[in-house]
Design a binder for this molecule. Structure first.
Ligand SMILES: [Fe+2]
Length: 234
């Protein structure tokens, strides 16, 4: 099982503050049955160039690996980013460098405001440029989007990530299950930032998913997610 969205790299953003916290997050994730983590620190274009971000990310990864030593049973880490949308993003040089390691999947944090035609067009340009776009934590935007914008977004062929919290909240679990059944959710992420307020939670989330959807459907969901990552499939 893959956690597609987690702020586990030490000292990169508002996530894990040090290697010790990162290791605790990795061990907790493993105990939840997670074998692969997409390490997705925030990328904010106004704070970092792509090159500087990648160099900082490499250093954070090295610090973590040094602290991990030969500790057994830790999940595999793939390096990625949670890229905040900005006007002009589709023209950024080296955008593909922010895709999840070994893939052409870009985890995109969409604007927290109603999406205009201009925003949607720019996502389409990224898609046409050959990258697959996965929208981060879809549940955070849905309530503020006009139905038309959501429908237009889905029709762009984007992939959708939701957080474990979408299935864990009694208020939203039914909606999460309906969307997954309709094929509108492709990846699950904990979006964990630490071991206190926002810890890894996919074990609990999977339990909630299985109660709503049944074990077979949930297993199929994770197998398809892994195929989208490993198999580079559409
Ligand atoms: Fe995040």
């Amino acid at each position: 099982m893959t956690d597609f969205h987690i702020h586990v790299l030490p000292g990169m953003d508002d996530g894990s503050k040090d290697a010790e916290t990162s290791l605790a997050m990795l061990r907790r994730s493993a105990s939840h049955g997670v074998d692969t983590l997409a390490a997705t620190p925030h990328f904010y274009a106004e704070e970092n160039s792509v090159a500087r971000f990648l160099s900082r990310r490499g250093e954070a990864y090295d610090r973590l690996m040094e602290a991990a030593g030969d500790m057994p049973g830790l999940p595999r880490l793939l390096l990625g980013a949670e890229v905040l949308y900005f006007s002009g993003i589709s023209a950024v040089d080296g955008l593909d460098g922010l895709c999840l390691e070994g893939t052409d999947l870009l985890l995109l944090e969409m604007p927290f405001a109603p999406w205009t035609d201009r925003v949607l067009r720019e996502v389409e340009v990224i898609r046409r440029g050959g990258l697959r776009v996965a929208a981060a934590h879809i549940e955070r935007y849905m309530d503020i989007q006009p139905r038309r914008a959501m429908d237009a977004f889905f029709s762009l062929g984007t992939f959708i990530q939701c957080n474990g919290a979408f299935f864990l909240s009694r208020r939203t679990a039914g909606r999460a299950a309906r969307m997954l059944r309709r094929g509108q959710i492709h990846f699950l992420g904990s979006d964990a930032h630490n071991m206190t307020a926002r810890p890894p939670n996919l074990g609990e989330a999977v339990g909630a998913m299985e109660r709503k959807l049944g074990r077979t459907a949930v297993e199929r969901f994770f197998a398809e997610a892994d195929f989208l990552i490993e198999g580079q499939g559409e």
